[in-house]
Design a protein around this ligand. Structure first.
Ligand SMILES: Nc1nc2c(ncn2[C@@H]2O[C@H](COP(=O)(O)OP(=O)(O)OP(=O)(O)O)[C@@H](O)[C@H]2O)c(=O)[nH]1
Ligand SMILES: [Mg+2]
Length: 442
């Protein structure tokens, strides 16, 4: 299908004072529009240096980069104006472009056009969004790989395998005299192999979600266990108040940091103790309990100078169904005996802190963090699960030697669901949902 669109424009750089600002214009008339306001004749596909002029008045000295369709990001004629990085200038030039016939782009409209003009598939379009939003180096790498098509290639391979067996079945159904019925063994083998490959991708889904969204880590323990001290140490700043008074922290405090390349939200909680009558502290303790519930991993602290007590065990029990790490604190002033699974730390000297970070990483990612060749998001995972369900039905059918006509329906459904990942089969609804999350200039 060929799409024809009007000409859109937007500021592509953050609106703040910087070296340069970029205004991007895309559509049939983009280069023409810029020509109307540029001091020199624009030569396509080279760097053009000159002035933006309005009513004979020079507004800013700029660089104009004209890309001729289809050799551009959107696949349309595109002009980019590099201005000086003052918000006033950038906005003024954007207004001049608007006055000369372009309209303001919607969120993600440039990338949507790139998709509709077949410059990228949907998983690559989403990768653009992931790259813009990447909080950590790891998710940026995964997104960059998706942009270069890593996820697309993997899905295409599985889809081709299913399609080849589906093709054989359809041929034998349509031309029963000429084409022999497909061996059930072959259907079972191919279907099973597609199931294994999809399961292989899905087993990393949790890690993919963590890499994209980050993890929540709660620090829990009795009053004075050293929670706020560890919180400050991990953040490298004195964020939370630390005193020798039990019950110093009353509210949960939240900060973000990066642990071994993963974006983490660290939550310092009020020390949990029962039988206290202080109303404020009681509320704080309730908050601590829900912070434990909400987190992906709990750091369970106990005071090394006192050893574990019944009260500590009760607090650790709150985290027993979660990933958790038992931490013995204040190793600088106590013996460093500890059980195998514990980590002994001192927030004062920094002892054990690096080991703790590595352990957090290991708990979250698993023992052998496969370097992510690609990242899946929740939409991809949903499509993969639907495809898996259809393949499992096909497998049951093939094992029971059902009519191949029926098996082919499930195989077709599996292919269709995989096709949704790259956007071959896509509804306007899904499309709008994806691109609404973009920023305006992308
Ligand atoms: N020597 C030593 N003292 C520590 C260490 N960590 C914490 N402390 C001391 O232990 C006391 C309590 O520390 P906090 O970090 O405030 O403890 P908390 O668990 O946040 O306490 P609440 O907020 O009351 O629940 C303070 O006097 C800290 O200086 C450590 O590693 N070594
Ligand atoms: Mg505290």
């Amino acid at each position: 299908m060929n799409y024809s669109f009007d000409t859109i424009c937007a500021i592509a750089t953050p609106i703040s004072t910087g070296g340069i600002g970029v205004i991007r214009i895309s559509g049939d008339n983009s280069i023409e529009i810029v020509q109307k306001i540029f001091s020199k004749k624009i030569t396509p596909e080279v760097i053009n240096h000159g002035w933006i002029v309005k009513d004979g008045k020079k507004i800013d000295e700029v660089i104009v980069l004209p890309f001729v369709a289809p050799k551009s990001y959107t696949g349309e004629n595109v002009a980019e104006i590099q201005t000086h990085g003052s918000p006033v200038i950038i906005n003024e030039i954007l207004n001049i472009v608007l006055e000369n016939g372009a309209r303001l782009a919607q969120r993600g409209e440039f990338t949507k056009r790139a998709f509709l003009n077949h410059k990228i598939d949907l998983s690559q379009a989403e990768a653009v969004l992931d790259l813009i939003n990447a909080k950590t180096q790891k998710s940026a790498h995964g997104a960059a790989n998706n942009l270069s098509g890593a996820l697309k290639v993997k899905i295409e391979k599985i889809k081709d395998e299913i399609s080849s067996i589906l093709g054989k079945i359809i041929a034998s159904l349509d031309f029963p005299e000429d084409v022999a019925e497909v061996d059930y063994e072959e259907i079972i083998e191919k279907t099973q192999s597609a199931i294994d490959e999809i399961n292989d991708i899905l087993k990393n889904a949790r890690v993919h979600n963590i890499l994209r969204q980050g993890i929540k880590i709660a620090i829990a323990g009795r009053p004075n266990a050293g929670k706020s001290s560890l919180f400050n140490k991990l953040l490298n700043i004195d964020r939370a108040i630390v005193t020798e008074i039990e019950g110093t922290t009353r509210d949960t405090i939240t900060e973000t940091l990066e642990i071994e390349g993963i974006s983490a939200t660290l939550i310092d909680t009020a020390g949990i103790r029962e039988n206290n009558t202080d109303k404020v502290e009681k509320i704080g303790i309730e908050q601590s309990k829900s912070a434990i519930d909400d987190s992906d991993i709990v750091l369970c602290l106990y005071d090394g100078t006192e050893g574990t007590k019944k009260e500590d065990e009760e607090i650790f029990a709150l985290a027993k169904d979660k990933k958790h790490i038992i931490i013995k604190t204040k190793s600088d002033i106590c013996d460093n005996k500890k059980t195998d699974n514990e980590i002994s730390i001192s927030s004062l000297t920094g002892e054990g802190i690096e080991e703790l970070k590595k352990r957090i990483y290991k708990e979250i990612i698993g023992l052998n963090p496969a370097e992510s060749e690609f990242l899946t998001n929740q939409r991809h995972q949903h499509c993969l699960r639907l495809s898996l369900e259809a393949l499992n039905n096909a497998l049951i059918g093939a094992k029971a030697q059902e009519l191949q006509d029926l098996i082919s329906i499930d195989l077709k459904a599996a292919v269709t669901n995989l096709g949704e990942i790259s956007g071959e089969v896509i509804t306007d609804n899904i499309l709008n949902n994806i691109f609404e999350n973009f920023c305006i200039g992308k």
